[in-house]
Design a protein around this ligand. Sequence first.
Ligand code: FES
Length: 105
Amino acid sequence: MNIASRFQTSPDNAPVVHISVDGDTIATTQGISLAAALLAHSGDPSRKTVNGNDRTAFCMMGVCFDCLVEVDGKPNTQACMTPVRDGMIVKYQIGLRGLSEGDDA
Ligand code: FES
């Protein structure tokens, strides 16, 4: 029986894409999740809670919401559920964000 790993890596010839992370341009692999790209870039937290506690991706499957970032101006985006694409603009999220665009809490 051949069980496919949930943590398969991209093939060596997978295209490289560039994304902006808080103003820094990083090269990553097309097709991986944004959370994986951020963790590979640095182990730094990707958001702060309203109490100022650091958080970063934890479950990698859309459950914990510790990976929330702003992507292309859209806050509360789950990085683990978002595939990277070329030109993506990512900002670390600080505190709460409103549920609708432009509605900061
Ligand atoms: S890492 Fe848990 S929801 Fe994204």
